[in-house]
Design a protein around this ligand. Structure first.
Ligand code: 2AM
Ligand code: CA
Ligand code: CA
Ligand code: CA
Length: 318
């Protein structure tokens, strides 16, 4: 059927309290993260691809609660997918969930961990909640209603005034990226090369004859969703990641968009809307145009093209 504004509102309220409940579970579990009750497993024997008991418990809780509240909605979660469950994204209302984004952080107590609950309708993200219980930061959005931090701080943090300018070029940008869990030499080699291209520019002579940087800096929080929240807040300029999945980005995309940010495909040239199942993502924050006759979106796209130019094309099948 159709989705009305009040339906989005009800879904967002439901997802928000569910995320808060899960956040409590995650916090409690992290206090016992090396105990026998919270086992840590390596997926396919890969020490950089972890899953814990808590990931599974939280996903199961979310799935159960969604099924009873919205029995006609579909559900996609990272851990059930890891267990071999097949699915396709349809036009039906579909909840796309990452019970713990930043599992490696969770295991170590590094406080950038989030539960992500997103809802798509007609394959587009329409409701999103990203909650970091360690820092007590709750990001929420529903389509057409803006994005908020902890209910009453509107995003980006500079809104409505003063409108932050977009950086005039890539060389003034703070970039957020991740290395992901795929450490195969070809993938990681291209990611490292891309980071190299972003961070230092051979022959850039503006600062010295050698040793000059290209961008202002690169950050890596260990949670793709929280990386994107930094863009939604306006505390970093661009996010680039190849290899994450729809549950990392669905909730984050609607929050980012409602905060005026742009999400496109991670490898160009394709300036159309991001392929949510495409595993390649590039986000730019909101901001006033940085050149006189440009719109904000034109300025954002100019930064996108600059970044596409310096990153490697990485093959990343589903
Ligand atoms: P996870 O903690 O839910 O597994 C850091 O690696 C970030 O990238 C996390 O958000 C992590 O999600 C996500 N991630 C996991 N596997 C990935 C992969 N193969 N490529 C890129 N990102 C991945
Ligand atoms: Ca994972
Ligand atoms: Ca994730
Ligand atoms: Ca996860």
């Amino acid at each position: 059927g159709i989705f009305l504004n009040k339906d989005y509102e009800e879904c967002l309220e439901f997802a928000t309290s569910l995320a808060q409940e899960c956040g409590q579970i995650i916090l409690e579990a992290s206090k016992a993260r090396y105990s026998k009750t919270n086992k840590i497993y390596e997926k396919s024997g890969n020490p950089s691809d972890l899953v814990t008991e808590t990931d599974r418990i939280v996903e199961e809780l979310i799935k159960t609660k969604i099924n009873s509240k919205f029995p006609e909605h579909r559900f996609i979660g990272e851990e059930m997918t890891a267990a071999g469950h097949q699915y396709e994204l349809t036009n039906d209302p579909t909840w796309i969930v990452d019970p713990i984004d930043g599992t490696t952080n969770f295991v170590h107590g590094f406080p950038f961990v989030a539960v992500c609950i997103g809802l798509t309708f007609n394959k587009e993200p329409v409701v999103g909640v990203v909650f970091n219980p360690f820092l007590n930061q709750l990001f929420t959005a529903r389509k057409g209603n803006g994005a908020y931090l902890n209910f009453n701080t509107k995003l980006p943090l500079s809104s409505p005034n003063p409108p932050l300018n977009l950086p005039p070029s890539l060389s003034q940008c703070l970039i957020v990226t991740e290395f992901g869990s795929d450490r195969s030499p070809s993938t990681i080699g291209k990611k490292v090369q891309s980071v190299h291209n972003m961070i230092s520019k051979p022959g850039n002579v503006t600062w010295s004859k050698k040793n000059a940087g290209l961008v202002h800096g690169i950050r890596n929080l260990g949670s793709a969703a929280l990386d994107i929240m930094q863009i939604a807040k306006g505390e970093a300029d661009m996010f680039w990641e190849i290899g994450c999945w729809e549950w990392d980005v669905t909730a984050a995309i609607i929050i980012l968009r409602e905060a005026g940010g742009l999400m496109v495909n991670g490898n160009g040239p394709n300036e159309g809307p991001v392929d949510i199942l495409g595993r390649k993502y590039l986000a730019v924050r909101a901001g006033s145009p940085c050149a006189g006759d440009e719109t904000s979106e034109q300025s954002q796209l100019r930064l996108v093209r600059e970044l596409w130019n310096v990153v490697e094309e990485i093959d990343c099948p589903r």
